[in-house]
Design a protein around this ligand. Structure first.
Ligand SMILES: [Cu+2]
Length: 419
């Protein structure tokens, strides 16, 4: 039975993906491989496959400068692996290779320091489909920063892109110079300019960062966004439990202990955190023809990146297969740090099949803000934490996706492979 499930899941993923790619390359009557074979690989974007598109809008003045896209091969750029990105937390002492980082003490406070750049780059959003992005450290979404409540996050930012950029954090930030908007502090940073942002990691939760240059919608939609996770400090929770709940009743010793336990489980420096499988997902979208509407949707950039591809049906994926479900151990709690970077659409959503979960809006509480739900929605920049328990499920494939069905069909469709 499992192999049948895998086959049909792979089939539906492949058909949706092929339909998406064909719609983007404007070749509906021939297969994707034929198109690519006929055009060759590396040169097709330059040849101008993108020019077959027409723009319905003229408000992107620099479209000619940056607006090219096209089919150039199967996931040519393998530098960004959506599966690695899921669990790549930059804490100062561990992280992705392309984020220089360190951790040290200063004035009695832990400092987590990161070096960020902004660059113009090309990213792959579907097999053979590239997008001219503006990206923090060359990747979309940008690197995930992770700190503990009360730490100092220090980001040394240099803009190597052709446009002026900033980093604006969704944190409780007490210094207007550090807000990362054109009107405060250094303002926008032009090409070659640098600034060191310093933010106190507060409040505990899962947060969003993005460029705040104008036009805002383009600077975000091009890819300048990412996640900041602030782990709760269990000792602070023990002393100030009311800061982490939306509950006016009495706080018994048992309740306090329960809150501290949840905080320990969320804090990456505690052993309890090792028992949880944690993942970062940023719901994003791409307007490939710059008409003010999205053609491609995803979690973590690659359409159907967590769909089902080539497998033996026993959890073994073909080496190098870029499209595969997220394999999870049914006995581990799953925690998803989710945020919404989708531009041009009012909301995005996350829906689990055959499953319900607890949701912590903004991740700022230690008790769920929604209990036992199978769908949550987020407006842009909204974020939250999902806790999902598959321990009583049979092994196999369980779909999750945006429950805007259009988004799901255009790339934001995924599977957990429960083993
Ligand atoms: Cu920008």
């Amino acid at each position: 039975m499992p192999s049948i499930d895998y086959d049909s899941a792979a089939d539906v993923t492949e058909r949706l993906e092929q339909r998406l790619v064909e719609s983007l390359t404007g070749e509906t009557s021939v297969s994707r491989r034929t198109v690519l074979g006929g055009l060759g690989v590396a040169g097709s974007a330059a040849v101008g496959l993108g020019s077959t598109r027409t723009s319905a809008s003229s408000d992107h003045q620099d479209e000619d400068e940056h607006g090219s896209f096209g089919a150039v091969g199967e996931y040519r750029d393998l530098d960004f692996d959506p599966h690695e990105f899921l669990t790549a937390f930059n804490t100062g002492d561990s992280g992705q290779d392309n984020v220089p980082q360190q951790i040290y003490e200063e004035d009695g406070r832990t400092v987590r320091e990161f070096e960020f750049t902004a660059v113009d780059t090309t990213i792959t959003i579907a097999p053979g489909v590239e997008f001219q992005a503006w990206a923090y450290n060359g990747q979309v979404p940008g690197p995930t920063i992770r700190a503990i409540e009360g730490d100092l996050i220090r980001v040394k930012f240099t803009n190597f892109g052709r446009h002026a950029h900033t980093i604006h954090p969704h944190l409780k930030n007490l210094n207007p110079r550090m807000d990362g908007i054109p009107q405060n502090g250094p303002g926008v940073l032009n090409t070659g300019e640098s600034f060191t942002y310093e933010w106190i990691a507060q409040p505990a939760g899962t947060h969003f960062y993005h460029c705040h240059s104008l036009p805002l919608k383009e600077h975000i939609h091009r890819g300048l966004y990412g996640t900041i996770i602030v782990d709760p400090d269990p000792e602070r929770v023990r002393e100030n439990p009311r800061d982490y709940i939306n509950y006016p009743g009495p706080i018994t010793d048992d309740f306090r202990t329960q809150l501290v336990e949840e905080a320990r489980s969320r804090n990456h420096e505690y052993a309890e955190n090792d028992a949880v499988n944690e993942m970062v997902m940023v719901m994003n979208s791409f307007d490939t023809n710059f008409d003010g509407g999205n053609e491609v949707y995803a979690a973590n950039t690659r359409a159907f990146g967590y769909g089902v591809g080539d497998t033996d049906g026993n959890g073994n994926w073909t080496a190098g297969e870029t499209k595969r479900p997220i394999q999870i151990d049914k006995n581990e709690l799953q925690r998803v740090y989710l945020s919404n970077a989708t531009e041009f659409d009012l909301i995005n959503s996350f829906h689990t099949h055959s499953q319900f979960f607890d949701y912590y809006d903004h991740g700022t509480t230690l008790t769920p803000t929604f209990k036992t739900v199978d769908t949550i929605m987020q407006c842009q920049a909204q974020r939250g934490i999902l806790e999902i328990d598959y321990s009583d499920h049979e092994p196999g494939l369980y779909m999750f996706h945006a429950h805007q069905s259009e988004f799901a069909e255009l790339g934001w469709m995924s599977f957990f492979e429960v083993v």
